[in-house]
Design a protein around this ligand. Sequence first.
Ligand SMILES: Cc1cc2nc3c(=O)[nH]c(=O)nc-3n(C[C@H](O)[C@H](O)[C@H](O)COP(=O)(O)O)c2cc1C
Length: 336
Amino acid sequence: MSRDGKVVTMSQESQPATALAEAAATAGHAPSVHNTQPWSWRVLPDALELRSVADRQLAASDPEGRLLAVSCGAALHHARVALAAQGWRAVVRRRPDPDDSALLARLTDLSRVPADPEAMRLVQCMRVRHTDRRPVSDEPVPISALDQITRAVTGEGGRLHILDRDQVLELAATAGQAHAVEAEDPELRAELAYWTSRADAGTGLTAEVLPEQPAQTTVPGRDFGRPGSLPIGPGHDQAAAYAMLHGDEDGPDSWLRAGEALSAGWLTATRLGVSVVPLSAVVEVPGTRQTLRQLLSGIGFPYLVLRLGIADPAHAGPPHTPRLTTAQVVDTSAVR
Ligand SMILES: Cc1cc2nc3c(=O)[nH]c(=O)nc-3n(C[C@H](O)[C@H](O)[C@H](O)COP(=O)(O)O)c2cc1C
């Protein structure tokens, strides 16, 4: 019983700090470039702070921090949804301190609301969502699913452009150029080698999630510089759809929002049985990023390309990539 006499459940009486700590822990499931998980959280009695972690920024391939911010935005959206699923509403202040660029968001002014069933479903999706780099099956993604994924992205302030056949062919050529540029650069190669050889570190990509040989795809997937052990079979990606996540601005604010939109779209895709693989090399290389911009006819700035498809149902996909422990990314010392 609450102090004003209303009957409340145990969870409704839970403290904001408990819910915030749980939301930050749940956000650990979020996708990030090369599984860098470049975020940390600080739980305060009545607020939650999200910071970027410079040590886990890709200095060679992402010097501006675009993909770092997109990754952190995905974690922020995960935390927001996890809070809503627990029946809390928070005010989100993005990049609240102009003198502290690492402070990406502060969630404050918590209030109780009914637990959101849609958010609860999306939290379930967070636990199963993963990147499956095998070629997709021959089954096309239903138009209705593409519409729902696009709406989820738009709901978070992003835009998703589904590429037509000619644009996919142009993307394929552009991806080939990006991979050639990256393969020539010793710093980029060393960076990739570092993030693909961190077994047991809780970050990076393990051999089990990387294809054992290049898949037959219209648009080439990233060349990770080493073969993995993920069997990919003879399939071809003919039924895949390709989409470009984009927006009006090209700066840290919009990259963070793009990450939130990515998370919303990817979780919705997971709910609908649609597999998503981000392709970021084309965005990392300045020249090919410019080509993508032309492909959008100058109407926006590209943040990420996504391959969408229905995963091969006959064979098991890759396992989940490892994650840092909650204790490594969530600081609860202020509420203990
Ligand atoms: C901003 C961003 C860029 C990414 N770029 C690529 C990419 O170019 N190629 C790829 O295969 N996966 C890419 N990924 C997927 C990550 O490698 C993946 O999310 C991470 O390893 C965690 O694995 P999980 O998604 O299975 O949980 C990207 C993810 C994000 C968020």
